[in-house]
Design a protein around this ligand. Sequence first.
Ligand code: CTP
Ligand code: CA
Length: 224
Amino acid sequence: ERDLLKSLPLRGKKILITAGPTYEAIDPVRFIGNHSSGKMGYAIAEASADLGAEVVLVSGPVALHTEHSLIKTVRVTSAHEMYDAVHQYFNECNIAILSAAVADFRPVEVADQKIKKKEDTLVLKLEKTQDILASLGAIKKKQYLVGFALETENELENAKTKLKKKNLDLIVLNSLNDPGAGFKTNTNKVTLITKGNKVLPFQVKSKKKVAIDILEHIIQELHA
Ligand code: CTP
Ligand code: CA
C-alpha cells in the first residue's frame, strides 16, 4: 500500500467515477431515491487521486464532499443528469468506475404542483431510466470499464451476467447479505469478477481499503 502511494501508479490516467444515489422527482417536493451514502465511490475517488490519477467524480445527492486537488466533482440529481455528465467526460477517460446506485425507474410524469392527498390511493407510473453503465459498454474504445453489482440472491451468477451484458472489464460484487457490507456502513465485503471469469473474494474491510484493492487489481491488469 505504501509503495504504491510512493510510485503514483495512476499518474497520467484520467478516471471517471460515479457515486451516490440518484433522486427522481415525483413533484416539486418529493422524489424516489435510495439509501446509498456515496462512501464507496468517494473512497475510490480519493484513493485514485492519492495514486496520482486525475479524477472526475460525478456525484448524486450525498452528504459527503472532497477537497482533493486532483478531483473535480460534478454534482447531479437525477439519473438523466448523471447520464449526461458521464457522457461528457467518458471519451477522454482511461478508466471508468460506476459505483452509483442509479434509480432504475423514474416517474413518467412529474407533477408541477405538490400532489394533494385527496384520494385514498395513489398510483405512480414509472418508466425505466437509461442504464448509464451499459451505454458506456456499448461505446467504449480503450477505456477500462468497471461496474458494481448489488445482489441479494444468485450473486455470482447475476454479477457475471451483468459483466457480460454490459461489456465490462471488471465487476465488483457487493452482497447485501454480508454483515459488514452495505450502503451506510464504513466497511464493505466485495468479490471482484474479471472479464476472464476469475473470481476474487476479499475480506470485510474499510471502504478505503476496498477502494485500494479494486485499484490495485486494475493497475495489475493494465500492466499485464
Ligand atoms: N447502473 C447504471 N445506470 C442505471 C442502473 C445501474 O449505470 N440506470 C450501474 C450501477 O452504477 C452499477 C451497475 O450498473 O455499476 C449495476 O447496477 P445494479 O443495480 O446492480 O444492476 P442493474 O443493471 O440496475 O440490474 P438490477 O437492479 O435489475 O439487478
Ligand atoms: Ca439497479
